[in-house]
Design a protein around this ligand. Sequence first.
Ligand code: SF4
Length: 363
Amino acid sequence: MRLRKWDGARLMQLDEILLDMDIKQLRKTLLDWYRVSRRDFPWRHTRDPFRIWVSEVMLQQTRTETVLRYYEPFLEKFPDVNKLAEADEQQVLKAWEGLGYYRRARGLHAGAKDIAERFHGKMPQSMEELLRVSGIGMYTAGAVASIAYGEAVPAVDGNAVRVFSRLTGYDACVDTTVSRKLMQALGEKMVDPDLPGDWNQAIMDLGACICRNGQPDCAACPVLSLCRSGGTSMSCVLPIRAQKKEKPVEYYDVLLCFSPDHRYVAVRQRTENLLGGLWTFPMIKREGNQEDEHVAGMPAQMPEGGRSLGHARHVFTHLIWEMNIVECSLAEDQVRVSREELEQLPFPSAMKKALALCRGLMK
Ligand code: SF4
């Protein structure tokens, strides 16, 4: 079988490599290795598609050691897709607290609701159907369908791309649309038709333990004799990645505001925000590039009477937050008020419009 011709020379070249490669031997060798070397995880003791789905979402961009701490507790709270669909978003985010990339939790929750509504609460039974669920993409659909249902489909994520590009000596940038399609096609071609779940997990384990990011351990690799770049300098060069843009940096004052009765102000972020649905302390974004001042120990742009407690840095996939954490009190002159209390306070004329708007909001 030849690959579909959506690319020119590069595809022809890959196609020839695949014809040259002893794919049957590759499958057998890798699966034999997987049988004795596979990593043992709780999600590898089940064929329940919901549980496999949860594990795959948790594992995206997160180390397995971290996921191990969250997987079982999450499933105790939400043991099946309908329980997850019925849950309040705040409960789901709470169970996800500390795992990061909260968009995944919201996506999982939205997907569960979609399955409850459009699939009568039953997990879709094939890759094609899984792809119709809100938030489920090619990788996750492939992983769930192959592991839970034994469907002969690949699960091509960053790990698999790294392994495939090294195995075939693919030396074009893997971050282009054409390359992504090629890697998916390679996955389709290579997947073991009888044990697709094991095959996909074997690729995951090979990528995580031996064909690692940076320096692969080719000497320990079970498929060294079948690999086009194994044991050569190319194994460290591949895959070729697009140059990453520098992440923008945003600066904030994070306010730990407490009232005289020692209660702190917390703010729920709007759902369209980066941390939508989660709670933070009030944050004031600082203007302009104040990097030099920050390096010197953060400038004094903080609320009057505020006391800087320290700095924190958080790196998101696309953005960095530099935070100056400030303690400030809501003393007698800064209080939280009800509508009735508001009417008792003397406000200046300058606040007339704001006051009217506030009354409107408090109705
Ligand atoms: S031989 Fe080296 S480069 Fe090839 S798959 Fe194994 S670890 Fe990766």
